[in-house]
Design a protein around this ligand. Structure first.
Ligand code: SF4
Length: 552
């Protein structure tokens, strides 16, 4: 109940401490400081950032090979101030892989090139940016999930945070603490891919979602320590082909932070009409390729994790503003799949959101008309131009790898071109009709190069309070009528495969039963985004639960 909650008042609350919102908070605070140093009309708003992770960067996971363009704009002295740049790209390779061989591309087309880009750990970068934001005077609430929007007089007027201390049956435990009501003039939603708060806001304001449906891929990532002498700092390999069939979109990467520390991972496309893939398995198979296996031999995997990536591009961008809220970063789907990048676009959205918020504070005007300027500025920015030019890249691969490569070649010459969307859809339909049930062959990890989901989970730092309500909600009647009957027949329960943390299990004896292991959850959101019947709802567990990334 709202009235039972302690209420705190803010001017601006950022939901999610990712690169978009941290860039926004830092930039806003600097604009305010500059204004206050020059003007007698001082503005001193209360600004907070809330995040469901237990510390800054705990839930941040990415490649991450960053185009520093936005970082240069709002933080030109980031290197001098100690930003954790692991390396600058020193050499890059683009490969097509078969099971045993590798074929280099003779040149790296410009959109795929990483010349001048920087290799970072997004988790470390987020942690550093949060420290910088704190130094600027921003207040942080970690361990705090945004459970529900508080809507008053037709606008988002606050955030209801999660209750703590509820047991698995919904009863209050002795340590019960009611969530807070954080009242705010503007809520800035930057939760990353498939944000649960954004979904709830869109239930109140359905027009915020009047776009093409969002699409998602799942990235599974590992960090490795390896013996020296195999790679150099800043070495970048991007690969496609093995182990995916040509009809499935995806690919892998290996980036060297240093001669002995690597980031590697694999992205797999999963869609509700063909959810029959195992992204964790694909990463393990990818590492068995001789190119990777040779580099990794004798090394040790030190961290693992997974996250969905939005891939709908410009066509699937939701409204960037609404009554009392702005949407930033990957919550707005700001990923350029052609470049395999989005952090620079996220940061740019944060910068522009900060400029709008500054004007709102200056004029004490938080109306939708004022907030709209964020959306207008974004659509006139280099970030939108980049996103728009790449809008048909991902769609081109709906017809499979060869159709995708052909169209990508043409798109490089004629940005935005789409010549075979219809062909792609036809091929996709045929593929789905013949491959509903997963043909996932058995695989035995060796525990040195390849790992089971349980071993990978152990290295993700994931933990949850065990005695709390299950945060994966499926109606009991849907479990009976869909999971154990329709889905079992049509897709053979693909949740058992696509979840990288083995949260979903089907027990056959003494009677079929769906068993959930929610405390394993990596918060990757694959299940909610690819469930073919749309019956899984992911709600935030008690704040502080989830992965504990440090290097991802
Ligand atoms: Fe990801 Fe958790 Fe869903 Fe598994 S249950 S797919 S880890 S969000």
């Amino acid at each position: 109940m709202v009235q039972d909650r302690e209420s705190l008042e803010f001017d601006i609350v950022f939901i999610g401490a990712g690169p978009a919102n941290l860039a926004s908070a830092i930039h806003l605070q600097r604009l305010l400081k500059r204004h206050n140093s020059l003007s007698a009309n001082k503005i001193d708003p209360a600004i907070a950032v809330i995040d469901k992770g237990r510390y800054a960067g705990a839930h941040l996971l990415s490649g991450a090979l960053i185009d520093p363009r936005a970082l240069d704009e709002f933080f030109p002295d980031y290197r001098e101030r100690g930003c954790p740049v692991e390396a600058t790209v020193s050499n890059e390779h683009l490969w097509y892989l078969t099971a045993k061989r590798k074929f280099p591309f003779l040149f790296c087309p410009e959109p795929f090139s990483n010349k001048g880009n920087i290799v970072v750990s997004l988790s470390r970068l987020g942690s550093w940016m949060a420290e910088e934001a704190e130094k600027e005077g921003i207040q942080f609430f970690f361990n705090t999930a945004a459970a529900q929007p508080y809507v008053e007089k037709g606008r988002v007027a606050g955030i209801l945070t999660d209750d703590k201390g509820i047991d698995r049956n919904g009863q209050k435990k002795p340590n019960f603490e009611a969530g807070l009501l954080l009242k705010t003039k503007v809520a800035v939603i930057g939760e990353g891919s498939d944000g649960s708060f954004h979904r709830k806001v869109c239930e109140h304001f359905p027009t915020a979602l009047e776009t093409a449906p969002q699409r998602y891929e799942t990235g599974v990532k590992e960090s490795w320590r390896i013996p020296p002498g195999r790679v150099i700092a800043g070495e970048v390999h991007q690969m496609f082909g093995y182990p995916l069939p040509t009809e499935t979109y995806g690919g892998g990467w290996l980036y060297a932070f240093s001669p002995t520390l690597l980031s590697l991972g694999f992205v797999t496309s999963l869609e509700p009409d063909s959810p029959v893939c195992d992204p964790h398995r694909n990463l393990q198979r990818f590492k068995e390729h001789p190119l990777l296996a040779k580099i990794l031999e004798g090394g040790s995997m030190i961290e693992s994790g997974a996250r969905t990536i939005t891939s709908g591009g410009a066509d699937a961008m939701p409204a960037l503003y609404g009554s009392g809220f702005l949407v930033t970063g990957e919550s707005a789907g700001l990923v350029n799949m052609q470049r395999h990048k989005g952090i620079h676009l996220s940061m740019k959205s944060g910068i522009l959101a900060a400029e709008t918020l500054f004007e709102s504070l200056l004029h004490d005007d938080f109306s939708s008309d004022r907030l709209k300027s964020y959306s207008d500025m974004f659509k006139e920015s280099w970030a939108y131009d980049e996103l728009h030019a790449a809008r048909n890249y991902r769609k081109a691969f709906d017809g499979g790898l060869y159709s995708g490569l052909l169209q990508t070649g043409l798109q490089l010459k004629f940005p935005g071109l789409s010549i075979a969307e219809g062909l792609g859809k036809q091929l996709k339909k045929k593929t789905v009709a013949t491959s509903k049930k997963p043909a996932i062959e058995s695989f035995t990890p060796d525990g040195r190069l390849t790992f089971s989901k349980t071993e990978s989970l152990y290295r993700s730092g994931t933990m949850h309070e065990e005695n709390q309500p299950c945060h994966l909600f499926i109606k009991p009647e849907d479990i009976e009528e869909i999971c154990l009957t329709k889905c079992a027949l049509e897709f053979a329960n693909p949740c058992r495969h696509f979840c990288p943390a083995q949260v979903y299990e089907i027990i056959d004896y003494p009677r079929p039963e769906l068993k959930l292991n929610p405390s394993n959850c990596l918060h990757c959101k694959t299940c909610e985004t690819v469930d073919p019947y749309g019956i899984i709802t992911w709600i935030p567990p008690e704040g502080g639960g989830g992965p504990g990334y440090k290097l991802s």
